[in-house]
Design a protein. Sequence first.
Length: 62
Amino acid sequence: MKTGQTNLAWEEYAREPEHDIPHGQLGNTDEVAKVIVFLAFEAASYVTGTSINIDGDSGPSL
């Protein structure tokens, strides 16, 4: 955040180059909830022992 700037909206914060958020926006609770709902249903019955990153590609690559 630039010196003296306060009260930025989350979207403005995410667009500032030093935050380097690939999608240019922060995630929201609906995006996380959709993954949780998917995992709770039969459609995910074959998903086992894995990590699912819900980070908009801003996390570390392993």
